[in-house]
Design a protein around this ligand. Sequence first.
Ligand code: NAG
Ligand code: NAG
Length: 350
Amino acid sequence: MGLVRQASGLPCCRRPFRNFVYLLSWIGAFICGSLLTLMSVDPMSCNIHQCTEKIKRIDVEDSNSWLGMWGQNAKGPGKSVFLVIIVISAPGNSEQRDTIRQTWLSEEKSDTLHYFVIGTGSLSENVNVTIQSEQRRFGDLLLLNNVIDSYSALTKKLLASLVYVHYNVKFRFLMKCDDDTYVQIPQLHKELKAVPYKQRLYWGFFDGRATPHKKGVWKENEWVLCDHYLPYALGGGYVLSSDLVTFVAVNSKYLKLYKNEDVSLGVWLASVDLHRVHDTRFDTEYVSRGCNNEYLVSHKQSTLHMREKFNSLKATGLLCKEQFQVRKSYKYNWNVPASKCCVRNDSSIP
Ligand SMILES: *[C@@H]1O[C@H](CO)[C@@H](O)[C@H](O)[C@H]1NC(C)=O
Ligand SMILES: *[C@@H]1O[C@H](CO)[C@@H](O)[C@H](O)[C@H]1NC(C)=O
């Protein structure tokens, strides 16, 4: 008993004082902490209320300030369609555009809208005059005056198009293709009407094992994410549901642009819980795999090929005068690591 009293008795008398010191130091620490927090936000120039307001108003640094307020007119969506098609083109490619208008786009339905996308920054006077008259005649050019047209501007052209379409068109699906792409619009349209995914749809011919380009026009200097590109639908043609276009458009300030537009889109959408639908009827690689009557989308088509396909469809209902394969295809295997996704070992796959 005596031992216990001795041990606990003495500190017992000092406890109120000690508690008071504790309390003081806690209050001190709290005030110091708060002050430090405030000073780190904006030294000396705001009280708590003002500082909170400032934090709310600080805008994110814009990685794509070249977009400015592009496409964001006050009127909001003026047109409402089922499918919007953006054909990435170039100022000098009027022959390609005319051929597309006369062939596959001539089957465009009334609930479909298309744009040829052209960068018109720093155009020479005479090219500008030609472009302006083409626009007066057809009214289907999406002219990006904030983009200087070139190979290295393809990703900018894609992003600017998606932002424009997001703010100016009400639509369900978007198809992106190039001006050397042939699209069987009636089939595509029919399939889209019945597609199981109305949202979060990323539909095309996917690649998951492509290694980054180390030289040439498509060299990716700033690629650090992986030793392969992230799975992406090849750029000759792919389809996005409108919600994914919205995702890209509203996050445009954050997006990093890579040289390849299709690689870039694969990265932008990599974080999204979505349906990647690999379809061998998209012949959308950097070379065509041949001609197959099943192909909904055929890339790398000359104007001659386009007319041939169009005439064949008119005459026989079949895309190809003759079917052939010059490059094997693959079914994407989503159950293995992406580097092993895509084995070309079966010539029966279109
Ligand atoms: C091209 O012409 C249009 C219409 O005349 C004009 O608004 C635009 O500034 C011109 N662009 C260039 C790059 O000269
Ligand atoms: C092709 O390769 C895949 C993956 O290695 C394999 O599962 C499949 O059986 C092969 N197909 C043929 C026709 O060889």
